[in-house]
Ligand binder design. Structure first.
Ligand SMILES: CC(C)(COP(=O)(O)OP(=O)(O)OC[C@H]1O[C@@H](n2cnc3c(N)ncnc32)[C@H](O)[C@@H]1OP(=O)(O)O)[C@@H](O)C(=O)NCCC(=O)NCCS
Length: 214
């Protein structure tokens, strides 16, 4: 059986092959059966020993699969896959708030395996996610970032998000108060007069969505 170190080495090797200039890295739709264990593994370091996520217990594969299924009823959940078929990161959109008037607004989030940071994986995932959200007729995307998180701030600014403000001391984790910076961007202008078109649930995008689970 592979040790964690072996697994890490294999991953770094796969990544160096897959995210270079001739990148064979692929982005596809998440499959809860196939991808939940790996997504849980990628997410875990953000929960354990980090203030990136305000969760205190890392979800297991079953919980991650349930979250994927819920998200996919309305919005995309994408995974970036190295050329050995191993998911190396994921990104998804979810509802911003549940009350009806918020339904044109989504939150977006992204997690990349620590072995693959800084290789364009996050950027590539958002590069696929945002056009789908526009096709779905969402109007606004937001992201909340627990501070400090230079990489996440850089990524969200690099896709055109601007800082709206900071919720100061909004969370307590690992023995300290944590600020959360909220970022936002307009996905489409909607319509100045009259109501915007209703968002199309992700499963109803059909062939218009060129991202498939394969
Ligand atoms: C944040 C995260 C998703 C970024 O993904 P990534 O694949 O490492 O980022 P990319 O390589 O696509 O880089 C995107 C941009 O951010 C910049 N960037 C990446 N890491 C950076 C760092 N540590 N410091 C400063 N800038 C950084 C890149 O230069 C690039 O900028 P550009 O598009 O203007 O050239 C990744 O670091 C991660 O998974 N972190 C842990 C989980 C997390 O924080 N998720 C976000 C929750 S809010």
């Amino acid at each position: 059986m592979d040790t964690d170190q072996d697994r890490h080495r294999q991953l770094v090797a796969a990544l160096s092959l897959s995210t270079g200039n001739n990148s064979p890295m692929r982005i596809r739709l998440a499959d809860p059966e196939r991808d939940s264990a790996r997504a849980a593994e990628i997410y875990r370091p953000a929960v354990v020993g980090s203030t990136i996520s305000f969760e205190e217990v890392a979800p297991d594969a079953d919980e991650m699969a349930a979250r994927m299924r819920t998200v996919l009823t309305r919005t995309p959940w994408l995974v970036a896959v190295a050329d050995d078929g191993l998911p190396i990161g994921y990104a998804y959109a979810s509802e911003h708030r549940s009350r009806a008037g918020y339904r044109w607004s989504v939150d977006i989030t992204v997690y990349v395996d620590p072995a693959g940071h800084g290789r364009g994986v996050g950027r590539a995932l958002y590069g696929e996610l945002l056009p789908i959200l526009r096709r779905q007729c969402f109007v606004n995307a937001y992201a909340g970032i627990g501070l400090p998180n230079a990489a996440s701030v850089a990524l969200h600014e690099s896709i055109g998000m601007t800082r709206i403000g900071v919720y100061q001391r909004v969370g307590w984790k690992l023995g300290r108060w944590v600020d959360v910076a909220w970022y936002g961007m307009r996905l489409s202008e909607g319509s100045a007069a009259g109501p915007p078109p209703e968002p199309i649930p992700f499963p109803q995008l059909g062939d218009e969505s060129d991202i498939s689970a394969e």
